[in-house]
Design a protein around this ligand. Structure first.
Ligand code: ATP
Ligand code: MG
Length: 257
């Protein structure tokens, strides 16, 4: 049995801010550091599944059956061969599943309960949340020890953070007292953009050392890798994007040592 499993939900209700890219590449980078990792795809888009080299349409059972109690998490778990980590896949069935979830008992606790069976097999469980503060994301927050917020440094970014932080506070006072904000990750970072720099400075001022020192640059290799079903750290290990995620993994492991 492991001393302590870190369960990390990667979230932001804003779409397209690098959640899934981070979930895949952080999972692969931690695996390269010999950590045992489970990636849970909680998004009906199934991008974390596809980007890990798994055919989402043939994934059955998937996280949908796990949440509804129709499958154990163990049975639904697949392997990302190239990434070196395990995956609980998702696909479009999960969109309907969210509506079915509303009707059932302990609807916010389904993932947490399922995870109890297996989490001690892993050093890290990484949860890729959908772009909404929905029941799926709440299941992610209830199951997690901590939340990693990914964000692009643009004008409305800070405004969206307020709602996210409020939701985390609500979950802390209801389902998960110990939920922490693990950190804020700046993604798709372009230092030549002066607005980026300004938002980034504001972020550091508001959140202090909660902002990861590692910054993920805008890098085409990160965007190309998923179409090959590969994490960028496998697809092109020397690319700037891959190197940044390897740094992030070191920073995350540093927080937990
Ligand atoms: P959604 O909210 O839809 O789930 P997301 O927050 O998970 O989106 P991603 O899917 O990771 O965001 O990224 C959105 C798009 O931007 C994708 O096409 C991805 O390949 C690309 N992308 C992510 N990070 C980077 C980066 N650092 N540099 C360049 N492209 C990136
Ligand atoms: Mg995503």
């Amino acid at each position: 049995m492991r001393v302590k499993t870190k369960v990390l939900a990667i979230a932001n209700q804003k779409g397209g801010v690098g959640k899934t890219t981070t979930a895949i590449n952080l999972s692969a980078s931690l695996s390269l550091a010999s950590k045992k990792v489970l990636l849970i795809d909680l998004d009906p888009q199934g991008n974390a599944t596809t980007g890990s080299g798994i055919n989402k349409d043939s994934a059955n059972p998937s996280v949908y059956q796990v949440l509804l109690g129709d499958s154990s998490i163990d049975t639904a778990t697949m392997r990302s061969q190239e990434g070196g980590f395990d995956v609980v896949p998702a696909n479009r069935h999960l969109a309907g599943g969210e509506i079915e979830l509303v009707e059932i008992e302990d609807r916010e606790l389904r993932l947490k309960k399922a995870l109890c069976e297996v989490s001690t097999n892993y050093d890290y469980v990484i949860i890729d949340c959908p772009p909404a503060l929905s029941l799926l994301t709440i299941n992610g927050f209830t199951a997690a020890n901590a939340v990693m917020i990914t964000m692009q440094c643009e004008y409305y970014a800070l405004e969206g953070l307020r709602d996210l932080v409020e939701t985390i506070k609500r979950i802390r006072s209801s389902f998960n007292k110990k939920l922490q904000i693990e950190g804020l990750l700046r993604t798709m970072y372009d230092p030549r953009n002066s607005l980026t720099q300004q938002v980034s400075d504001d972020l550091e001022e508001h959140f202090g050392d909660k902002v990861y020192r590692t910054v993920i640059p805008r890098n085409i290799r990160l965007a190309e890798a998923p179409s090959f079903g590969l994490p960028a750290v496998s697809f092109d290990a020397s690319s700037r994007g891959a190197l940044a995620y390897l740094d992030l993994a070191r920073e995350v492991m540093g927080h937990n040592s």
